[in-house]
Design a protein. Structure first.
Lengths: 248, 248
């Protein structure tokens, strides 16, 4: 059983303010918790079904993590989703430090991606394409939001997200800055071999004016049919695939 | 003001059973309602802000659609979302008839896409790439679900979705059937010039066994990094972009 104090802690961590104050966050679901246990994150404690704890016994004891047994309904009641398939954990956030980008490395920058699901899906997609670093504007959704974490499907363990003011960050970046616009050059014909930062804009408004001024190369995905725009995560996925192919 | 009877009708239409019974659905948001008014859907009535009704006066009267004036908070209270930026409408569903696919036409088939947001995003992305026809398994989320409609961003007006049993439908289809798998041929090296049907599988389980047997060509998006899989809508977007490029 999960103690009342622990449930209270988990509930508080659903709120961004408390997460920030305590520098802790909750991970829900067996797959995500399993990935968390093999990641660099400090894990404070885990609650899991008897079966989850049994199958992760070695890892839990190696990392010296407290494990509390709980049923699936108990896990679901403590967490933020309607169901939980076996585990829940509280972990410590990593410090918000600027990434050291390698020459020719491709990284993403997010200019106010507001929807946690979109953010999580972008992180998952970035991970698929081997991207390690994401620089996010302060107004971008919180990675530690339960919906965002869940949408990463465990990729939050492999992709670092650094929150900052993009308009302050970009002038200090020495590589090329690409930006996804409706009116840029066809992304299929752009040279990405030198790596760089690809900026993805807000779902409704695209890249802000302040950040737009700092873009070296505007790129676009040509439209064929009737839709006015693509979802931000979809556009990110298509661009990352095109970039990866162009570098082969 | 929206009458109590109309509000009651809208609320009932949030439930799939009633939508099916009445063959009607609710469209929320100024952009979606505006697209609805220029589409082939029969519109029963519209509720809109004074400004929405004024700017769509000609269209409303040409189509002989009853227009009720309402404030944004009234529209939000009647609808299923927290906010509404100006309009709401009730429209009649189109009959669920099998599409007549043209030779060399590319169409999508969805094998149990359960999340309404994913379905809507897939329809929006299909529309971006000029795809007109989607064949969906009976277990796929309902296009007329408010979240699905909203995620299409109006593309439900341009893309037809036909619900059927895919395992029954596919044997009668004369073109090539491609399927998105984790272990298929690299999608970048596959020939799509003859068009065909691209099957996208369920978010968690991929393409079902019954449908899998009817696939002529298994295709995949090669993975570079650590994520186990891509979101179904992201995979669809990437494949549609690759297919469009390969046909150029």
């Amino acid at each position: 059983m999960i103690s009342k104090a622990k449930v209270k802690h988990i509930k508080a961590l659903q709120i961004k303010k408390y997460r920030k104050e305590q520098q802790c966050f909750v991970v829900e679901g067996a797959k995500s918790v399993a990935e968390l246990l093999t990641s660099g994150f400090e894990v404070l404690w885990v609650a899991g079904t008897e079966s989850f704890i049994r199958s992760h016994r070695v890892l839990l004891s190696k990392r010296n993590v407290e494990a509390v047994e709980a049923t699936e309904p108990e896990l679901a009641a403590a967490g933020s989703f309607q169901t939980n398939d076996g585990a829940l954990a509280v972990a410590r956030m990593k410090p918000n430090t600027a990434p050291v980008l390698q020459p020719r490395e491709l990284a993403l920058a997010l200019d106010d991606i507001r929807d946690p699901g979109n953010l999580g899906t972008i992180i998952r997609t970035a991970d698929w394409y081997g991207i390690k670093q994401v620089v996010a504007s302060a107004e971008t959704a919180d990675l530690y939001n339960p919906k965002a974490l869940s949408a990463t499907m465990g990729s939050f363990c492999r992709v670092n997200v650094f929150y900052t003011n993009l308009a302050d960050f970009l002038p200090g970046y020495s590589g090329l800055v690409y930006g996804a616009f409706m009116d840029g050059a066809d992304v299929h014909h752009v040279n990405f071999t030198g790596g760089g930062l690809l900026v993805i804009g807000n779902e409704a408004n695209g890249i802000s004016q302040a950040v737009g001024k700092l873009i070296n190369k505007r790129v676009t995905i040509p439209r064929v049919g009737g839709a006015e725009s693509l979802n931000a995560a979809i556009a990110t996925g298509i661009m990352l695939d095109v970039i990866h192919q162009s570098k082969k």
